[in-house]
Design a protein around this ligand. Structure first.
Ligand SMILES: [Zn+2]
Length: 411
């Protein structure tokens, strides 16, 4: 009798197990493509938003090779498709954040850090509060893990300040920063600042102790100060080669010490306007694939028509027909109008690096910099943040984008 009851239990258990297995298999999704790293055809199985396994295939069906890679990760997005994270004049809304995110998905960007640039503390606080809800917004599928604050603690000098409005540039203030961090839901992942400003080195130490990545940018620091900043935990130079005056001392300028210190990572804007090809080649040779991150610095003008626009602080900016965004009054660039996707192809074109290396610089490296170990690699156990694309004449053409196992874009 006892035996019979046990046997019924086992059978029921097996039956439920089989049903669960069936449901699990029903939920599994399959994507096939040429693996971006090995160049071999693979089948990627996704379950519950995660990559379950990757198996080799004999050959691909179809004529054009479609590459499969981890989704791109952009650590500097000031806005996109008419939605600005940084400004105070147009009201930032949850719908706006969703629009910017879904437009970025179309470009293969599956993770990004909305970036707030120098502005009044009131505007920064307000926008951080609105953005804080995006981190857990289920519609965004985890595409926004946190934020980047670029400024207001930067060098006020023309040229080094770039297009950041002078009236809001100020000295680092830890208590003020903590309030901004609080408004963001403690989601500021990176601060870009100038290390030569009074109090900046102590500020860097505090950020490092609190797990916030410090980036050096819009600065004119000397060798000693840059070394001290790195000693205190600064990890990366923001958009190296930009955020500097057009005329600098050939010996004593901020570029040499940042290039010379092997501890410092760099981000570079590879939109074909911010840096010359030879600059990218040199930066890449010095820092290598491990320490280089491709970023976009893309602004909300990205998807607009060419022409003149007024910024929130009344300055005139120009978006040229070929996609250059500039501030004519200072003859400086005003961020970029090209998403990181362009940079992936462009860096291959100018450095001769492989697709695997370009993707590493546009996905794996930024994820690692912020310790976001759930993404940035095409591996079992990682989030199924995946892009499928063709590559023609160094142009990455996105065919499909998947975020957390959900297909969010198909060409
Ligand atoms: Zn900048």
């Amino acid at each position: 009798m006892k035996c019979k009851i046990v046997s019924i239990f086992i059978r029921r258990f097996l039956f439920i197990g089989l049903i669960l297995l069936g449901i699990s298999e029903m939920n599994a999704q399959i994507i096939e493509g040429i693996h971006y790293h090995t160049g071999k055809p693979v089948r990627v199985t996704i379950n519950n938003g995660m990559i379950e396994n990757i198996t080799p295939l004999d050959k691909m069906v179809g004529e054009n090779p479609v590459y499969i890679a981890p989704g791109f990760f952009d650590n500097q997005v000031n806005g996109f498709a008419g939605v600005s994270f940084a400004f105070g004049d147009s009201d930032l809304t949850p719908e706006g954040i969703e629009k910017a995110t879904s437009e970025l998905w179309k470009k293969g960007v599956t993770t990004y850090l909305p970036t707030l640039t120098t502005n009044s503390i009131e505007v920064l606080t307000r926008n951080f509060k609105i953005l804080s809800k995006a981190v857990d917004d289920s519609k965004l599928l985890g595409s926004i893990p946190g934020f980047h604050l670029e400024g207001p603690y930067i060098n006020p000098e023309d040229g080094f300040r770039g297009a950041h409005p002078k009236q809001f540039v100020k000295l680092p203030d830890w208590n003020e920063f903590l309030k901004l961090h609080e408004a963001s839901g403690k989601n500021i992942l990176q601060v870009t600042l100038s290390p030569e400003m009074d109090g900046a080195l102590d500020f860097i130490s505090k950020c490092s102790q609190n797990g916030i990545t410090v980036a050096l940018g819009h600065h004119n620091a000397d060798m000693k100060t840059i070394t001290a900043a790195i000693d205190r935990g600064a990890k990366i130079a923001t958009h190296l080669g930009n955020g500097a005056a057009n005329t600098i001392n050939r010996h004593r300028n901020p570029f040499w010490p940042q290039l010379a210190d092997d501890r410092l990572n760099i981000s570079i804007i590879c939109d074909s306007f911010h840096l010359l090809p030879e600059q990218i080649r040199v930066f890449y040779k010095v820092k290598g694939v491990e320490k280089t991150i491709i970023t976009s610095d893309v602004t909300h003008y990205a998807a607009l028509e060419p022409g003149e626009y007024k910024t929130s602080t009344g300055e005139t900016i120009e978006l040229t027909k070929d996609g250059m965004l500039r501030l004519p009054a200072q003859n400086v660039l005003y961020g970029s109008a090209s998403p990181i996707t362009k940079g992936v192809g462009y860096v291959m074109q100018v450095t001769g690096c492989t697709l695997a290396d370009a993707v590493k610089m546009a996905s794996t490296n930024p994820a690692r910099l912020y310790n976001l170990n759930d993404r940035g690699l095409l591996e079992p156990g990682k989030r199924a943040d995946i892009v499928l694309f063709t590559l023609e004449d160094f142009q990455v053409n996105i065919q499909e984008t998947w975020v957390k196992g959900k297909k969010v874009y198909e060409k």
